[in-house]
Every structure is written in C-alpha cells, then in structure tokens.
Design a protein around this ligand. Structure first.
Ligand code: C2E
Ligand code: CA
Ligand code: CA
Ligand code: CA
Length: 278
C-alpha cells in the first residue's frame, strides 16, 4: 500500500488490477479493526548511549488490514483523529502495551518502561487520567514502567491545560516525554513550566545532521538545554554510526533508530532484545 495524496488513501495492486480504497471505506474498516483484532503493536528499542544497552521501548501501532496488508500509522492515525476513532485506538494501545509489558515482567525479563504515543484529542479528553489509572490497575503494571509520549505541538497548543494534565498524570507515577521536540517551537520557559521527564529530538533533525554545521549546533543546543534542566534526552531516527558518534559527543542520553533496530513484532522484540533477570 502506498500513499497517493490527500484524498485517495491506499493504493493496492493485485492480479494486475489497481484498486483504490477510498476514505469512506477505510473509515468503515477502521471501525471493525479493533473488533476484528487487526491492530498489532511493534516495539522499537531505546538504547542508553553510555552503556549501549536496552533501557526502554516504544510501542508503535500497525494495522494488519485483511485486504491491504500492513498499513502504517501515518496512513490512518490522522484520519482516525478526524473521525474521533483515535479515542478507541489509543485506549486499545494503552491497554495492550501495559499488558505486554506486564507479561514480559512476569516472564522474568529485566523490567523497563514502555512508551506509547498519545494523540492530541486524548490529552484533551478529561478522562485520560482516569483511563490510565484504570488500565494500570487492570493490568497490574507499576506506573513507573509506563511513559506517555506527547508531541511538542500538542503541548504548546494549550500549554496551561497540557501542563495541568501532565502534572496529574505524573502524580499517578507515569513518565511524560515530549515527542517531536524541536518541531513545535517550545521555548525554554515553556519547557521549564511543564516538568517533563524526557524530551525526544525529532528524527528530522537527526537525519539532517550531516548537511551542515547549523544542524549540529541546533541539536547540540537542544541537548544542552535539556541537560541544564535535568531532563532526560533521547534522539530518534538514528540510522548512521556518524550520527551516534555526534550524539555521544554532545551528551545525548539515549538513542533510537534503524542503526539499532526497526520496530519489531512482540515475538521478535522479545527474542532479539529482552534479557532475563539474573
Ligand atoms: P513518532 O512517534 O515520531 O515515531 C517515530 C517514527 O519513526 C515511527 O514510525 C518509527 O517506526 C520511525 N522510525 C524509527 N526509527 C527510525 C529511523 O531510524 N529512520 C526512520 N526513517 N524512521 C524511523 P511509525 O511507526 O510509522 O509511526 C509514525 C507516527 O505515527 C509516530 O511518529 C506517531 O506519531 C504515530 N503513531 C504510531 N503509533 C501510534 C499509536 O499507537 N498511537 C498514536 N496516537 N500514534 C501513533
Ligand atoms: Ca513517538
Ligand atoms: Ca518524531
Ligand atoms: Ca542528561
């Protein structure tokens, strides 16, 4: 399946015929997807720069569409945000990520935090705190092993409200990471206001690192800003050794990207990355 543009959704070739799936079909399919268990979480490792060992994982959703095959989140999350279906999807992700993490802990793998992505709509949903609390209770996952990634633009859009929500969530004991850091123009005073646990530098900055010295200066500045504030900092989209070397040099705490691993199914992630506790 590939993207065609704003209006056409997925493009699918089978037996030589082109088959265009329109938005309406996709919305209908989305409605059935949870019920039919078509969603799956993939997991990408987060690596500590100093020890080069696994310190966490991000859960990323995939849609195994019965006709179109694997659909990536950029192809349906924006649509689900428009229709409101994202509320159910995020709830499914929250529950399944917590269940999976708890399951791995029961199997005696070294415990670590699982990160999930929270859409703007859900941050603005008053019930988010209760929902998170409920899922933690239901799954038995200790709150410190859950991290919520909220994009910078979502936070900046309504900073006072967002900072209150974040405070409430942190009171539960869950961690908060500001995702796509650098793309939404948060100022240092904004960041001071919201007591983040982590900021995640967006992959656009990491991919452009080689281009010119300005990009290097920008990334170095973001990291030193985070370090000054005592906020953990992670870089995503690390694909090349040279990017890792640079990030090491400027004291980035953690890294994530294809250099280490693509997002993997739960089965493969466990096989390749998880280590039993001694
Ligand atoms: P994001 O949160 O910024 O996630 C990073 C994206 O970069 C992921 O794409 C990941 O697979 C990809 N990635 C990781 N390492 C590399 C790398 O080294 N190079 C490159 N080029 N890409 C890399 P993915 O999984 O397709 O997700 C795209 C976006 O969809 C995410 O961006 C996030 O905003 C959203 N998303 C994913 N899963 C969920 C979910 O469960 N709920 C919600 N609400 N949104 C989700
Ligand atoms: Ca993310
Ligand atoms: Ca990003
Ligand atoms: Ca640090």
């Amino acid at each position: 399946a590939k993207k065609l543009g704003k209006n056409n959704y997925c493009f699918f070739e089978s037996t030589g015929e082109n088959f265009i799936k329109n938005k309406l079909d996709l919305i209908n399919d989305l409605a059935k997807a949870i019920h039919n268990e078509e969603f799956e979480l993939y997991y990408q490792p987060k690596i500590d720069v100093k020890t080069m060992s696994l310190v966490g994982m991000e859960a990323l959703i995939r849609w195994n569409h019965p006709k179109l095959g694997t659909i990536h989140p950029n192809q349906f999350i924006p649509l689900a945000e428009k229709t409101g279906q994202i509320v159910k999807i995020d709830q499914w992700v929250l529950k399944n990520a917590c269940m999976q993490n708890k399951q791995w802990q029961k199997e005696n793998y070294t415990p670590m935090a699982i990160s999930i992505n929270i859409s703007a709509i859900n941050l603005n949903h008053a019930q988010l705190v209760e929902k998170v609390e409920g899922v933690l209770e239901e799954t038995g996952l200790a709150p410190g092993y859950l991290e919520l990634e909220i994009t910078e633009s979502t936070i900046i859009h309504n900073i006072d409200y967002a900072s209150r929500m974040i405070r409430e969530l942190q009171k539960l004991g869950v961690k908060i990471s500001m995702d796509d850091f650098g793309t939404g123009y948060a100022s240092i005073s904004n960041i001071k206001k919201i007591h983040l646990d982590t900021v995640k530098i967006d992959k656009d900055f990491i991919m452009d690192l080689h281009k010119d010295t300005a990009n290097k200066a920008i990334v170095a500045t973001m990291i030193s800003m985070a370090n000054t504030l005592g906020v953990n900092v992670i870089a995503e989209g690390v694909e090349e050794k040279s990017q890792l070397e640079f990030l090491k040099k400027v004291n980035c705490d953690q890294v994530q990207g294809y250099l280490f691993s693509k997002p993997l199914s739960g089965k493969l992630f466990k096989e390749r990355w998880l280590v039993k506790q001694s």
